[in-house]
Structures are given as C-alpha cells and as structure tokens.
Design a binder for this molecule. Sequence first.
Ligand SMILES: NC(=O)c1ccc[n+]([C@@H]2O[C@H](COP(=O)([O-])OP(=O)(O)OC[C@H]3O[C@@H](n4cnc5c(N)ncnc54)[C@H](O)[C@@H]3O)[C@@H](O)[C@H]2O)c1
Ligand SMILES: [Zn+2]
Length: 282
Amino acid sequence: MVLPDREDAKTLAIAGTAYEWLATMGINRHDTVVAVGGGSVTDLAGFVAATYLRGIEAVHVPTTLLGAVDAAIGGKTGVNLGGKNLVGAFHHPTRVVIDLDLLDRLPAELKREGMAEALKAGLIADPALFDHLAEAGLDADLEFVVPRAVKVKANVVGEDFRESGIREILNYGHTIGHAVEIAAGLSHGHAIAIGMVAAGRIAKETLGFEESDKQDGAIARLGLPVHAAGLARGGVLSILAQDKKRDRGGMRMVLLRSIGDPVVLPVDGRSIDQGLEAIGVV
Ligand SMILES: NC(=O)c1ccc[n+]([C@@H]2O[C@H](COP(=O)([O-])OP(=O)(O)OC[C@H]3O[C@@H](n4cnc5c(N)ncnc54)[C@H](O)[C@@H]3O)[C@@H](O)[C@H]2O)c1
Ligand SMILES: [Zn+2]
C-alpha cells in the first residue's frame, strides 16, 4: 500500500484504509507489517501494526536519516489529531533495517534533518559522535554515525520505555526548538538546531557549559541554522507557555554540564530570555 506523503500519511482515515487493506488480504496474527519510508510512514505503519488484531509484528525500513536515527527507533507510533501525534501506541518493531548506501545518497536537505538529531545524540550521550560530526559536517561517515546515534536512542529508550524520566534527555533542543518550529514554520531539524543553540546558551549561563561555542560551530558546520532572527519574541513565548501548561506548571529543560553529560532542570524566565537572545529573538 502506498501512503500519502509526509504528515498526510498520519491520519486516522489512512489508518482505517490500511486496516481494511490488511483485512482484505487476510493478514493474520502471524504476519508482519513492513514499513518502507520516512518517519511519517514508520509512525503510521507502526500504529497500524500495534492495533490491528491487537498487535502484529512490525519491521521498519527507514529511508530518511531522521527515520533511521530517530523515528524508527524506540517504539513510539501514532497518527495526528488536530495537534501532533495525539493518538498512538508504544509498539517496538521486531527489526529495523537500515541501508546506509541509500541514506548516503539522500538529498542534502533531507540528510541535514537527520544530522540535527544525530548531533543531538552526540551532545547528550556520545562525545566521539559529536566530534566526528563537528569535524566532518555533512560528509560524515554514516557507518560511524548511524549505529552510534541509534545506540544512544535505543539505550535511553531501553532504560525508560514509557517515558517518565531519562527519556526526557532526548528532548535536548526541543523545548525552544519546538516553539521556533511552529512560530517560524521551520523544518524540525532546522528548528531543533536553533533550539540547541538556545539551550546551549542557557546551560553556559547556569551550569558553566563551556563547550556551547563548539556546539554552535558543529551546528553551523552541518549547514544548520543557529539563529531565528526576525522571529517575534511574543509568538515564541506564547507557544512555550502552552507547552508549559500541558506539562502542568514549571518549565523544565534538558541542559548540558558538558558534552555527554545532560541534566533536566527547571528554568526561569530570565534563562529563557538568555536562550532567545542567543538565537537573535529579542
Ligand atoms: N516515533 C518517533 O519516535 C518519532 C521520532 C521523530 C520523528 N517522528 C516522526 O517522523 C516524521 C518525520 O520523519 P521524516 O523526517 O523521515 O519525514 P517524512 O517521513 O515526512 O519524509 C520527508 C520527505 O522525504 C521523502 N523521502 C523519504 N525517503 C526518501 C528517500 N530515500 N529519498 C528521497 N526522499 C525521501 C518523503 O517522501 C517526504 O517527502 C514526523 O511525522 C515525526 O512526527 C517520530
Ligand atoms: Zn526531534
């Protein structure tokens, strides 16, 4: 079954069409759904596999770098409902098959999206991965990068499958990044690159994270943005306030004491201002 492109795949209507299709083919409990595509495809197919006949096996074949190092790993599946990813299930694929040659030939823009998440993995848990990306940029060796980035996510998720504590560290750069993504209509990878710059500055001010400049250099080396200049501060703050409300109260952020040493801390308005200033949102 061919799915619509991008987020158009992640709807209850498409999930319904997929269930009908599986039923027509007489798929049973011992069959497997194989998802070949980007994160939107593995999210949808994973959700269908999680729920059809109360759960059949799923195999993911991610065809984007972001899918390989992030979306296909960790067992979160789902579809969108109004906001993003509101309906879903935890359902680990039995196998994830990654073709590095295919990923190496991706258009640069698509590669960059995944590199932002791979860099994040390095920053929170793998200094050697960070160093390699900082040096090689988009020419990074995927045989080195992909297994290491996958390992970071798999290790974190393995310790905290249903997301209460340590899994939070995967959200490095995602608090302000998410707000910038919505406010500026940026792609996810670009937005979290900017979010990491903001978080890096906050960490520098509050925890003495001295490698923040090195981090920003690596982001720029990958061709990812380090500024969101021109963006209205009020718009970003109101999205942050909505996120905060959803999290019931105080704003928490993932910060770094050093590369590979993350910590989740409450942040105040002054820190947010410092972060926004670092990305040119004043
Ligand atoms: N489940 C999770 O834990 C998790 C984590 C991160 C992201 N996600 C989800 O993943 C989705 C984003 O994934 P994505 O970045 O892979 O985007 P995507 O699946 O929307 O694909 C992006 C674009 O790349 C195209 N594409 C896919 N493979 C290609 C290839 N080999 N060559 C050329 N073009 C190709 C697609 O057709 C699409 O136009 C979002 O829906 C996001 O919510 C899920
Ligand atoms: Zn992300």
